[in-house]
Design a protein around this ligand. Structure first.
Ligand code: HAM
Length: 403
């Protein structure tokens, strides 16, 4: 038997209900915030992710589904959605057009990670990206939107917040941090020794306990912000306070992608085990230029749909539509004909085998139909159909034409 690849799942039945419920709910909220749908290809040039997500990130360094296609192009399956949206934004010359552009998207992403609960190789994200607004109110709006989506789904969360500074304050901080890392270089893990060269701030979220105990004394991002970054971060906290969004400051939150500056945030859940990040995002004011566009401020986030599906509180499913069946073989053709007409406006399930009433009622219940409609010999002779409303528990016999 051929099975699906490790870390790649089928989504069907109850899971699919959850999946679509999530997409519909998140879409409704995104539209309320003025976002429009965008779809970008699953396959892009590898260079796109190297230049955006960054060569020092684990995603690009270790986890890409990368290959040379038949035309000798170096391509890869997208590991995340932001880079493709920025590429489309620049390619469609929206950077030159100016103004504000807000997009939402959803679809599969691919990362060759070690699969475990909540960590897949093909997973799905719902993401939003806002271009052209350099106000910190937009950062706050993003956080409020993510919070609105999670609330609408009945999902509790903790919000972690940090500022990663910008090109004014980060070079000096980086320099201090490298000095600090060098002071304990012999004791840190190999990954951190590599990070020191590629992207030093990534050492701050190293999972190695020994490293973490050393980094307690490292210079803190939040103690080194320039006046502009500091005032934006302070304002962001005030806006969140005013709107009853609770947060925790985590000065080690650096995110796993290299394109962020200033605001960085993650929503985590304490109810899904070790892969607890359910939403991640932040500001990325330099990325449009890095991808050859006109400098444009931008901010966004993405939610991991599989992780959220574990947490969604589904609304009670209401009975819906019709179930049609026959108690005699001769009535089956009539039932199929009636179902065909009824389906022009309603959802209809048809049973092709004749059965007794009790079994038809069971069948209707199984497909969660509102009405169980059955034709027996009497009904056939009289041109009627027996209809039971399974919600109100009432029953009646009606003329087939009226049905
Ligand atoms: P990210 O933090 O890499 O950010 O991913 C966002 C979310 O995708 C995570 O919080 C998690 O819920 C989910 N996720 C990530 N990897 C996996 C996996 N292997 N299996 C299951 N779920 C996973 C980004 O991708 C950025 N593009 C977000 C962003 C948009 N920043 C600005 N705009």
């Amino acid at each position: 038997m051929i099975s699906s690849l490790r870390g790649m799942n089928d989504i069907l039945a109850e899971d699919y209900e959850r999946f679509t419920y999530f997409i519909n709910t998140a879409t409704e909220v995104a539209k309320k915030y003025g976002f429009h749908f965008i779809q970008t290809p699953l396959l892009e040039e590898t260079a796109l992710f190297k230049r955006s997500v960054g060569e020092s990130s684990d995603i690009v360094g270790k986890e890409m589904y990368q290959f040379i296609d038949k035309g000798e192009n170096d391509v890869c399956l997208r590991p995340e959605g932001t880079a493709g949206v920025v590429r489309a934004f620049v390619q469609k010359k929206l950077d030159k057009a100016g103004g504000t552009h807000r997009f939402y998207y959803h679809g599969p992403m691919f990362r060759y990670e070690r699969p475990q609960k909540g960590r897949l190789r093909q997973f799905h994200q719902f993401g939003v990206e806002s271009f052209g607004v350099d106000s910190v109110y937009e950062d706050a709006s993003m956080i409020m939107m993510a919070s609105d989506i999670l609330k609408a789904l009945g999902i509790g969360y903790r919000l972690q917040l940090n500022s990663l500074g910008d090109q004014n304050c980060m070079p000096a901080y980086r320099h201090n941090l490298i000095n600090f890392i060098e002071s304990c270089e012999d004791e840190i893990c190999e990954d951190c020794q590599r990070r020191k060269i590629t992207n030093p701030i990534r050492v701050l979220d190293c999972k190695n306990e020994k490293c973490q105990s050393l980094y307690v004394n490292a210079p803190k991002l939040l103690d080194n912000l320039c006046a502009g970054c500091q005032s934006d971060f302070d304002k962001l906290k005030i806006i969140l306070d005013q709107n009853d969004i609770k947060y925790e400051i985590d000065t080690n939150l650096v995110r796993g992608l290299d394109y962020y500056s200033k605001t960085a945030f993650e929503f985590v859940s304490d109810n899904i085990g070790s892969q607890s990040a359910i939403t991640g995002g932040g500001r990325y004011d330099r990325l449009v230029e890095f991808l050859d566009g006109k400098a444009t401020p931008a901010v966004g986030f993405a939610m991991g749909i599989e992780r959220l599906m574990e947490l969604i509180v589904m609304p009670e499913v209401k009975r819906e539509g019709y179930y049609l069946g026959a108690m005699d073989d001769e009535a089956i053709d009539i039932v199929v004909g009636l179902a065909h007409k009824k389906r022009q406006n309603e959802k209809v399930n048809v049973e092709y085998k004749s059965k007794n009433l009790k079994n038809h009622l069971k069948g209707a219940d199984k497909v969660n139909a509102r009405f169980c409609c059955v034709i027996g010999t009497n009904e056939m002779n009289e041109g009627t159909i027996w209809v039971k409303d399974l919600e109100n528990k009432t029953e009646e016999i009606i003329k087939m034409e009226a049905f």
